[in-house]
Write a protein that binds this ligand. Structure first.
Ligand SMILES: *Cc1c(COP(=O)(O)O)cnc(C)c1O
Length: 486
């Protein structure tokens, strides 16, 4: 008997009371889609069973084709179909500003500003004083000038865009002079030499990887020089026998030739991180004070705001940059501008920005607090799966995204070590555990290292997240056992 013949038609399954109930919640359109997909899937499985073995479909497959089981599968399918692709996750990787996990979560005021701008029209390029056309950069320009000491500012989609645009506007067709120690690759194909080329500049590298002197820059200057570039070596450190030329000397060399100094800071903190016992990180204000003519930095690294590229500097140069045709292609939308403005206001007005900016809060979180979180969670984790020994251990978090490359922050991790005796079995258990955590309703992203699965708890920093993490442990167990059975 062919079970496929007995499968209900789409319309018949749609009439099932369970499915009818789902229609009220998900809408008929989505439910119909889920019913079709479920029937297609089961038909394909039955077909495969019928063609790959001579025996009829297995009993379990026949059961799966029963009306009640089909309804259950339709429900699972609906859950999958209605789940957004943009999934919220727990970042327990130990890298706080994680590019692959969307970098900085926003401050509440930034989220509110974004929601408001999304809901209603905003005076984006409209001057409420004159009633005429305005400039969208004005929403953040004065804040940026105040926070960095610059004369003018403009903003684009990200810092990579800020660098390309600045190079293209200030140095296209001419030479960009840069130290060999700063020909950085940030990842994702952002390499300084390639970026310069894409912007239409000719790369003129000077000095050696570890040492570059002022005289190297002086000797490089010629009629074709368009600008001097200094790039923050944000994801590595050159140590030992080294020398680089400070910004104020580079500025003097550039200005003697009548060309600008462009500093790509990368991260760029708007507050003194030493106040939070964090290592010192260059601030845009320092570069401007040292004589840099244009400074670029990210909105979503140490600043803790939305993805953006910020360009501050001399009025005449910022005007040139804003006139470049690429500016239009790279401009910010109203949502990002609203979030950026709200974030910048925190830095201008708040007595303690770390009270509001989540990235700063996570980076400055006291070790004792992380430990307390760990102790509360350990009790729950320890008896979820007897295949693993769970321990709370000291670890080191990283800032990430090329911020403060060599500095690590003492933290605590829940370390899951498989108990099995043979190596293969342990490795398999670890892979299954990692996958089980990843497949939770709110996926938990950790790190496999040294034969164990590590969950750095630095970013699990409030009671609500903690409760959700604990709530999911039962599901984790089911997912792990289900995968293990395969
Ligand atoms: C991160 C970084 C960039 C790229 O910035 P995005 O905001 O990721 O586009 C460029 N330069 C430096 C030095 C960086 O650290």
């Amino acid at each position: 008997m062919d079970v496929r013949r007995q499968l209900p038609a789409v319309d018949a399954l749609l009439m099932h009371p369970g499915v009818q109930e789902a229609s009220a919640r998900y809408g008929r359109r989505l439910v119909r889609r889920a019913v079709r997909q479920t029937l297609d899937d089961i038909r394909a499985q039955l077909h495969e069973a019928a063609t790959t073995t001579s025996t009829p479909a297995s009993a379990s497959l026949n059961d799966a084709a029963s009306p009640d089981s089909l309804v259950g599968q339709v429900m699972d399918c609906l859950e999958r179909l209605s789940r957004p692709n943009s999934r919220v996750v727990f970042n327990l990787t130990g890298t706080v500003i994680h590019t692959n996990l969307g970098r900085s979560p926003l401050a509440e005021s930034a989220i509110e500003a974004m929601a408001q701008a999304a809901r209603d029209p905003v005076a984006l390029e409209y001057d409420l004083e004159s009633g005429g056309r305005g400039d969208r950069d004005r929403l953040v320009e004065s804040l940026l000038c105040e926070l960095t000491g610059a004369e003018a500012a403009t903003v684009v989609n990200n810092n990579a865009g800020a660098v390309v645009l600045s190079l293209g506007a200030l140095g296209a067709g001419r030479e960009a002079v840069i130290s060999r120690g700063e020909l950085i690759e940030i990842g994702g194909a952002f390499r300084m030499p390639d970026i310069m080329q894409a912007a239409g500049c000719r790369l003129h590298e000077v000095g050696a990887t570890n040492r570059t002197h002022a005289r190297d820059f002086e000797a490089a200057m010629n009629e074709d020089t368009g600008l001097i570039v200094k790039a923050h070596t944000s994801n590595y450190a050159i140590t030992g026998f080294t020398k680089s030329v400070p910004e104020h000397i580079l500025a003097d060399i550039a200005h003697a030739r009548g060309v600008p100094l462009l500093v790509d800071l990368g991260s760029g903190a708007l507050t003194d991180l030493a106040a939070y016992d964090l290592p010192y990180e260059a601030q845009p204000r320092d570069s401007i004070a040292a004589g840099a003519d244009v400074v670029t930095f990210s909105g979503d690294k140490l600043l803790g705001g939305p993805q953006a590229g910020i360009i501050v500097g001399r009025r005449s140069l910022i005007d040139t940059i804003k006139r470049h045709p690429l500016k239009r292609a790279l401009r910010l939308d109203k949502l990002t501008l609203a979030a950026l403005e709200a974030t910048l206001r925190i830095y201008r007005d708040s007595d303690d920005p770390s009270q509001h900016v989540p990235t700063l809060a996570m980076l400055s979180r006291p070790e004792s607090e992380i430990e307390a979180t760990g102790e509360r969670l350990w009790v729950h984790c320890n008896d979820v799966l007897d295949d693993f020994e769970v321990a709370l251990r000291p670890c080191m978090s990283q800032l990430g995204s090329g911020s403060l490359p060599v500095d690590r922050l003492p933290s605590r991790a829940l370390v899951w070590t498989p108990r099995g005796v043979d190596r293969q079995g342990r490795e398999r258990a670890l892979r299954l555990l990692e996958r089980a955590f990843r497949s939770l309703p709110r996926p938990v992203i950790g790190r496999l290292r040294d034969g164990a699965f590590h969950l750095d708890l630095r970013c699990l920093d409030d009671a609500r997240k903690e409760a959700l993490f604990i709530d999911q442990l039962e599901t984790l167990k089911h997912h792990f056992r289900r995968q293990e059975a395969r």
